[in-house]
Design a protein around this ligand. Structure first.
Ligand SMILES: Cc1ncc(C[n+]2csc(CCOP(=O)(O)OP(=O)(O)O)c2C)c(N)n1
Length: 379
């Protein structure tokens, strides 16, 4: 059972909510697009879920009712502002949490298993009142009454949603797709063409990892599904620990924005063997193409300002090749911002069709000739 996004938004607005923030999940159908065009809600796109809660708390302090939509993977970002901001100051906010890896559903991708099993227990542990949405309009109304009661006690309330419980609204535009010439796949092919073959590639969550897997599934690839936003930090840790091995972080704009502070760490620590690539389609393509905020930011200038030794912005094949050739002969850290369009093949293979996460990790460590721990029999 499901309700159209438009019904959810009109019920939220009837219940007095005027402020909306969050980070998309593919289970939210067109919620973010419709919230952005809704005249009744102030829509504020957040770089990560913790910021979304703080933004909502700011609106709540002004007397507005605020909603934050997030995937349960974002609960990790949210625990700090939930506990040390909302709970301690008694600031009411409504959380709409899409539950990936729900224990009652068929198996989800591995990165969702632990959080899927722990979501309700975490909310219980934090003493946050919550309930599951049953996919009906009357069920939604009941939950909003419960949320209003919680808010009267100056407390947050969480609604847990499952896959398919929201259906896209018939009307409404999708955000403008950027019309840069290259797709993510084409940009990855060009980058791989000019790469030292020993380069360790760390790829970010979502379609970018699946594209790399489709194009060149090599042992030197570490597919980082999950932990969105931490791709460049993991790559930097590897580069710092293994200064003689070239390392490339294959990041997205959503992932890079999520923890942009790591760019300062990279500039500060100067791993000379690190190339940080951001494939910037100005959106979260993996969850449905919702707009990110990268269109109004210049990540290449951020990299320069943070102290990367070189930073290049490009959108054309020739410029990518030229930048990669320059990076191969000079000291890093290097930054490459590739402005790309949003197209992908109709079907993208999943890494899990060939590798378990642990299998991928072992193959990657073998390729580097490193085994930090003796592998156990499992996995
Ligand atoms: C903490 C967290 N929040 C949200 C998600 C859901 N999610 C998975 S991929 C993705 C989009 C990432 O966007 P970007 O880095 O720009 O790459 P693109 O999808 O555009 O290739 C999102 C929001 C997640 N996995 N983890």
């Amino acid at each position: 059972m499901s309700v159209p996004t438009s019904v959810l938004l009109s019920r939220l607005s009837a219940a007095g909510y005027t402020f909306f923030s969050g980070v998309p999940c593919s289970h939210f159908a067109d919620l973010f697009e419709r919230a952005a065009e809704s005249g009744a809600l102030t829509d504020v796109p957040a770089a990560n879920e913790g910021s979304a809660v703080a933004l909502a708390a700011g609106a709540a302090l002004s007397g507005q009712r605020a909603v934050v939509a997030l995937q349960n993977s974002g609960l990790g970002h949210v625990v700090n502002p939930l506990t040390s901001l909302l709970m301690v100051n008694r600031i009411p906010v409504l959380l709409l949490i899409s539950v990936r890896g729900h224990p009652d559903e068929s198996a989800d991708e591995p990165q969702h298993i632990f959080m899927g099993a722990a979501t309700k227990a975490i909310l219980d542990q934090l003493a946050i009142d919550w309930d599951e949405f049953d996919g009906t309009t009357s069920g939604l109304d009941r939950l909003l009454v419960r949320a209003a009661e919680a808010h009267r006690q100056e407390a947050p309330f969480a609604v847990l949603l499952r896959k398919g419980q929201l259906t896209p609204s018939a009307a409404g535009a999708t955000p403008d797709a950027p019309d840069y010439p290259l797709s993510a796949g084409e940009a990855i092919e060009l980058i791989c063409q000019r790469l030292d073959p020993t380069t360790s590639i760390v790829s970010t969550t979502g379609f970018i990892t699946r594209e790399l897997f489709r194009i060149d599934d090599r042992p030197e690839n570490f597919y980082m599904q999950g932990s969105l936003g931490h791709c460049s930090a993991l790559a930097a840790g590897l580069a710092i620990a293994m200064p003689n091995r070239p390392v490339l972080a294959l990041d997205g704009d959503g992932g890079a924005l999520m923890h942009m502070g790591v760019m300062s760490t990279i500039g500060h620590t100067q791993p000379q063997n690190l190339i940080h690539v951001v494939l910037d389609n100005e959106s979260y393509a993996s969850t449905g193409g919702q707009a990110s905020t990268s269109r109004s930011s210049s990540l290449d200038l951020v990299a320069s300002a943070c102290g990367y030794r070189s930073s290049v912005r490009c959108a054309e094949a020739g410029d990518i090749l030229k930048a990669m050739e320059h990076f191969a002969t000079t000291r890093g850290p290097h930054f490459l911002l590739c402005k790309i369009n949003r197209s992908h093949p109709a079907t993208l293979p999943r890494v899990t069709t060939r590798h378990t996460p642990v299998g991928n990790k072992r193959r990657f460590q073998d390729a580097m000739g490193r085994h930090v721990l003796e592998p156990s029999a499992a996995g």
